[in-house]
Structure formats: C-alpha cells, structure tokens
Design a protein around this ligand. Structure first.
Ligand code: ZN
Length: 243
C-alpha cells in the first residue's frame, strides 16, 4: 500500500490535469447510509408505506407533495452528512494545484463544503432550492420550516429542491462540461465508487489516458481494468498523499 501511495503521489505531481470522480462511498465515509441501501430502504418502506425508489421521484413529488416532503425532510434534510475525510484531502490537493476538477454525485456538497472550488454536482444539491414558477431561490432552512409543503413566499408555488430525483436526466450542459473535463484529464481518480458504476461508466468512456486510479473500501472485480487500485478508506488513503 505505501508503495502504491508513493506511486500515486508521483503520478499526481507529474500530471497537468487531474480529475476526481466521487461516488456514494464518500457519503458513507461520513456515516450516511444511502436511501437505496437495502436495510434503509426497508426501514423507509415500513415508515412511509412506499419504497424510496417510488417516493424520491418527480411523479411522487407532483402527485403527493405532502408525503414527499415529510420523507424529504426527515430522511434527507435532517441527515445531511458533514464533509468526509476524502473531501478535505481533495480540497488540499486542489489548493496545491494538483487537482483541477471534482465531479460528484453527492447531493450534500461535501466536497464544496470541505473547500473544493471547481466542483460539478451531477445530481444537484439539497442546498439549492427554487420556485419553478418565479425562480426565487430558497435555503435548506426555508425548506425545513415552510409548513407541510414549502411554498414560494412570492407566488405560492411549491418549491422544488434542485436535486435529481430517481429517473431524471442530468442537465445536458452539466453532461457536456463533465465529458469535457474527463476528456482533458491525464490522471483520473475514481473515489468511493467502482468502474461498474452506472452513473460514471458513461463518462469514463471519454477518458483517453492511462492513469485511471480507483480508491474505494472493498475490492471489486472491475478493479483490474484500472491502472491502479487502492483498497481502503478513501479519506485515510488520500490523507497519506500529504498535500
Ligand atoms: Zn415563486
């Protein structure tokens, strides 16, 4: 492991453009359990009568907003995880000029809150909420306090959290920016996810380099397709790079 960390540090020091892709493993570092994870999904279905795959959709948001927001406040907004160890290590790497872009599926802005500046949030952020009618923006606190269903104080429309719900497409401008960043990368870091990731595999196709490094907690058979794999807590591994 120490040898691989040394090699990774060298790789990063010689790279002109490094991009990091961050998956659900980053949330797990902070103790957050994804709502789709079996044990939690079961718990949610017991509590709300419907599985998370059904509740966390735009169809449900439109048809049953009161139930949607009961779930959303309790299970998402009341459980926002603190920035993870890997997020702080990436921010240090960015400040040292060794990381040019972070692309994440994290809806909690963990990387940004840890200090990363060039971040693409593929699935949006719970900190961004907007009235779909008049465009007024709202904070997380507004969303927590706004009665059963949070409504716009200007026009009365139901406020929409700017996060992707299940089944929704990523905005095409964000998609383009993402493929451009990955196309520029000399070193591509895959953190807290695997090469099998449905979300990332479509983007990884745009990477043309030969320095693809996966860093995640458990071994996966797709690791052998990477140029290097480091297995363990991503926060601990990245901290050892000492940026
Ligand atoms: Zn409005």
């Amino acid at each position: 492991m120490e040898d691989r960390i040394r090699r990774l540090r060298e790789m990063l020091d010689h790279s002109d453009y490094t991009v990091a892709l961050c998956g659900t493993g980053v949330m797990e570092e902070s103790g957050y359990v994804a709502i789709k994870k079996q044990a939690r999904a079961y718990e949610i279905e017991e509590l709300y009568g419907d599985p998370p795959e059904e509740i966390f959709t735009s169809a449900y948001f439109t048809a049953r907003p009161a139930k949607f927001f009961q779930f959303y406040r309790q299970e998402i907004l009341n459980k926002i995880p603190e920035p993870a160890g890997s997020s702080y290590a990436l921010a240090a790497m960015e400040r040292a000029g060794r990381l040019q872009c972070v692309i994440t599926t994290n809806k909690f802005e963990q990387e940004r809150r840890a200090g990363c500046e060039n971040v693409i949030e593929l699935h949006g952020s719970v900190f961004q909420n907007r009235c779909p009618h008049c465009g007024e923006y709202y904070t997380v606190e507004d969303m927590k306090q706004g009665g059963t269903i949070p409504k716009c104080r200007i026009c009365g429309s139901i406020i929409r959290p700017l996060v992707s719900l299940y089944g929704e497409m990523v905005d095409s401008r964000i998609m383009t920016r993402t493929t451009e960043e990955i196309g520029k990368a000399q070193v591509l870091l895959l953190i807290g996810t695997t090469l099998q990731s449905e979300i990332f595999s479509n983007y990884i196709r745009y990477y043309s380099g030969n320095q693809l490094v996966v860093i995640h907690r458990e071994e996966h058979y797709t690791d052998q397709k990477a140029d290097m794999a480091l297995i363990g807590d991503p926060g601990e591994i990245l901290a050892k790079l000492n940026y």
